[in-house]
Write a protein that binds this ligand. Structure first.
Ligand SMILES: *Cc1c(COP(=O)(O)O)cnc(C)c1O
Length: 508
């Protein structure tokens, strides 16, 4: 290894200082985004694996056969874990979003090919946009996929606990449906969708069915034998996604997408020989790509094996069940429905008198002051008018177990501190916006920024050239505002917040 010069050392020191502002990636204080196995050795192993492939280009596994070997091994492990057979093939993608997007792109192209080759009487279908059917709790990655690839997303309302009725899905089947998506489990409330019923109904109509096991895959596989079948063991399931960078404990940038048969999967690829450069053949969205996260995931899979995963998952299950009970014991709060897997959503218990109720967002803000970061989820009104509650989300990982006493104390203390406090209502802000006519006008970047500073949300703190207010410490009022505003308007404001984060400073 080459010795680092003082200049390089100083650069790394600056990077270390920048990292100090980040959410804690280890230690179990952040219950979303990060998945800490609690095993320091796994982190070392994956860092070293990433370093070994650092200069490699994953674009071309014929030039870099190590990349193909790693991918074969990880796909093979996932295929066995998810009960695929010899005709199940797969790819490693950059993450859950890419796996979901590719499942949708594949389904769209299979659907389109069938329109062209099929009965001429059905060919007018080509003029239609293909449609995806999914419960309203399906991950936003499918909203993104529909948007990017030109499909309609037909969201089927769920009940107040996040459960979907199979008949409501079935009632929407039609010749324009390219894909049905179910989750194992869904992110917002941790619900395991009725996968066997949906997949069999879909198969009956010749519609493919994707199981989004992005978050659940590497956890449910070892959760216990009290689960109904949810993976490729279910007939009618045509593809499934499972993220290595969640309960596979790999660094960000790795997920598996498995497809039931080769011919279907070939529609996932893009190939062109119609340009003057090298022939391009890509199974995934990127061209040149890092093999780092793949190598780390591979090393972790080798190190843990089924038994290692099973041990880590049993810790997650113990912690989840304890937290579920503790939270239900807190007056004014309760866990939404009956989640499956290491996720919980918490809502106000409306069966107790108002003064005893706890607002989950004020609660999360208070928990944050006590040292743990939970994730606030806005309420959501579905197409049938049924509103799903605003909740607070907890993702439980193996490291949670050693934090349980401190965590449950903070959860209880925070509830005591905010019990009876009414939910944040940004009614006046929204009214003021309506009156000013801002809601009707198109938002330019500058107008959006001006509105944001009125709400106390500023530009990036590093930008000396703009009035810099950092992001607010309390999230409840911000999420309430997002809920109250028309979605498109809220989305535009959120884009502005994020876009301004990375604007280089203007000259003073
Ligand atoms: C995390 C997640 C995704 C998207 O995955 P990213 O890795 O964040 O891109 C998709 N579906 C579900 C259910 C998820 O939890």
């Amino acid at each position: 290894m080459a010795e680092l010069s003082d200049v390089s050392r100083e650069i790394l020191e600056r990077l270390r200082r920048l990292r100090e502002a980040d959410a804690a990636t280890h230690g179990g204080r952040v219950l979303s985004y990060v998945y800490d196995s609690g095993l320091a050795e796994l982190d070392e192993l994956s860092a070293e694996a990433m370093r070994l492939v650092q200069p490699v280009n994953g674009l071309d596994p014929t030039a870099f056969p190590s990349v193909a070997a790693l991918e074969r091994d990880v796909v093979g492990f996932a295929r066995q874990m998810l009960h695929g057979d010899a005709d199940t093939v797969g790819s490693i993608t950059s993450g859950g979003t890419e796996s979901c997007m590719l499942a949708v792109k594949t389904a769209r192209d299979v659907w389109a090919a069938a329109q062209v080759s099929g009965d001429p009487a059905t060919q007018p279908m080509l003029a239609l946009r293909p449609r995806i059917i999914a419960p309203a709790t399906v991950h936003a990655a499918f909203h993104k996929a529909a948007h990017y690839f030109g499909l309609d997303l037909d969201l089927v309302p769920v009940d107040a606990t996040g459960q979907v009725d199979v008949n409501d899905l079935r009632a929407r089947f039609g010749p324009d449906v390219a894909l049905v998506v179910v989750s194992a489990p869904s992110y917002p409330f941790g619900v395991l969708d009725p996968i066997a019923d949906v997949a069999s109904a879909a198969a009956h109509h010749g519609i493919p069915c994707h199981v989004d096991a992005c978050i659940g895959g590497f956890a449910l596989a070892w959760w216990g034998d009290d689960l109904p079948p949810w993976d490729l063991a279910v007939p009618g399931v045509t593809s499934i996604s499972a993220d290595l960078h969640k309960y596979g404990y790999a660094p960000k940038g790795a997920s598996v997408l498995l497809q039931r048969d080769r011919d279907r999967q070939r529609q996932q690829f893009f190939a062109t020989a119609r340009w003057p450069g090298y022939p391009v053949v890509n199974a995934t969205l990127l061209g040149s790509k890092s093999a780092g996260a793949l190598a780390a995931a591979w090393a972790i899979v080798q190190r843990l094996g089924g038994e290692g995963f099973a041990e880590l998952v049993s810790s997650c299950r113990r912690s989840t069940e304890k937290l579920h009970t503790r939270i239900d014991d807190i007056v004014g709060l309760r866990v939404v429905g009956s989640p499956t897997g290491p996720l919980l959503a918490v809502e106000t218990d409306a069966t107790v008198p108002k003064r005893s109720r706890v607002d989950p967002h004020h609660w999360a803000d208070r928990v944050s002051e006590l040292g743990f970061t939970l994730q606030l989820q806005p309420g959501f009104t579905q197409s049938n008018g049924l509103t799903l509650p605003h909740t607070t989300h907890l993702t439980i990982t193996p490291v949670t177990e050693r934090m349980l006493p401190e965590l449950t104390a903070a959860l209880t203390q925070a509830a005591d501190d905010v019990r009876g406090k009414a939910r944040a209502t940004p009614r006046f802000a929204v009214q003021a916006l309506r009156m000013s006519g801002a809601l009707g006008r198109e938002l330019t970047a500058d107008r959006a920024q001006a509105l944001l500073s009125r709400f106390g949300v500023g530009a990036n703190p590093g930008n000396a050239g703009s009035a810099s207010t950092p992001l607010p410490a309390k999230m409840a009022p911000l999420i309430a505002l997002v809920e109250q505003l028309p979605s498109e308007f809220a989305e535009r404001l959120l884009i502005e917040v994020l876009a301004r984060q990375v604007e280089p400073p203007t000259a003073p």
